[in-house]
Write a new protein. Structure first.
Length: 231
C-alpha cells in the first residue's frame, strides 16, 4: 500500500475554468487522481493523519470515509425518514433505537434547502454503517427493497471523494488520508461523472468533459531555464 506522496498535496488554489452557469471552476486534479474501483472490495485503511503526514503503518478502518458521519440536506433527511422502516430493519438494535440525526440545524447555502443536519456517529462511524455488512444501510436498503437511493442517500456521500463549494468543484480534503486514494483505478471524475450529472444536470457534465479534454491534452510545461551568467 502506497503512502501519501508529500510532493502532491491538494491545492485548492489551483483551478481550471468551467463554462457553466453555477460552477465556474474545477480542480484539474479530478481528471488525473484515482480511486479504488470497488469500494466494497477494497480493504480501507487510514494512511495519513489530518495534516496529510504519512503514518508509519497504515491503520485498517473499513468504510473510513464514513467515519465522521455526514451533512444531510433537510430534504434528504425527510426522504430518509420516509424510508425509515426499510433502513431501521437493517441496523443493529442499538443503532435502530438511537437518534439518527443531530438536533443542530446549520445554514449552508451550498445545499438545495440552504440548511443541513449531521448524521449521528455510532460505534466509530456514521450510524448508517451499523449493520451486519459493509457500506451504507441506506444504499443497501434501496438495493434490497427495490427503490431508488437517489434523493435519499445524501448527495455528499454519493459524490465522495469530490465535493463542491460556492462555484467550484473540488476534491474532498480528507481524500489523501485513505488508502483508496493510492491505488490504481478510474479517475475521480470518471468514477463520479454519472452522479454529477444526476445532481446538477447534463450541462455540468458537458462542461467537465470539455475541461477534462483540455487538461489531459495540455502539453507538459516547458522547464524554466536559468540564465547563463558570463564567467
Amino acid at each position: 500500500m502506497a503512502a501519501v506522496a508529500p510532493d502532491h498535496p491538494l491545492d485548492h488554489s489551483i483551478d481550471h475554468p468551467l463554462d457553466h452557469p453555477r460552477f465556474r471552476t474545477v480542480d484539474p486534479a479530478i481528471f488525473t487522481r484515482r480511486l479504488a474501483p470497488d469500494c466494497m472490495a477494497h480493504r480501507c485503511a487510514i494512511v495519513a493523519d489530518d495534516v496529510k503526514v504519512a503514518l508509519p503503518e497504515p491503520r485498517e478502518k473499513l468504510d473510513a470515509c464514513c467515519q465522521y458521519g455526514c451533512d444531510v440536506d433537510l430534504a434528504e433527511r425527510e426522504a430518509i425518514l420516509a424510508r425509515e422502516g426499510d433502513i431501521r430493519a437493517l441496523l443493529t438494535p442499538a443503532a435502530a433505537a438511537a437518534a439518527w440525526f443531530g438536533d443542530d440545524v446549520e445554514e449552508d447555502a451550498d445545499y438545495p434547502s440552504g440548511k443541513v443536519v449531521r448524521t449521528a456517529v455510532h460505534g466509530g462511524g456514521c450510524i448508517f454503517l451499523a449493520h451486519d455488512r459493509r457500506g451504507c444501510a441506506i444504499h443497501r436498503a434501496a438495493l434490497e427493497r427495490g427503490w431508488d437511493f437517489r434523493g435519499v442517500k445524501p448527495a455528499i456521500c454519493r459524490l465522495f471523494p469530490l465535493s463542491y463549494e460556492a462555484d467550484a468543484i473540488l476534491i474532498a480534503d480528507e481524500y489523501p488520508e485513505y488508502s483508496c486514494a493510492h491505488t490504481e483505478g478510474p479517475t475521480l471524475y470518471r468514477i463520479t461523472r454519472d452522479t454529477l450529472g444526476e445532481l446538477f444536470g447534463p450541462a455540468l457534465v458537458a462542461a467537465l468533459d470539455a475541461a477534462e479534454a483540455q487538461v489531459l491534452g495540455a502539453p507538459p510545461p516547458v522547464p524554466r531555464r536559468l540564465p547563463v551568467v558570463p564567467g
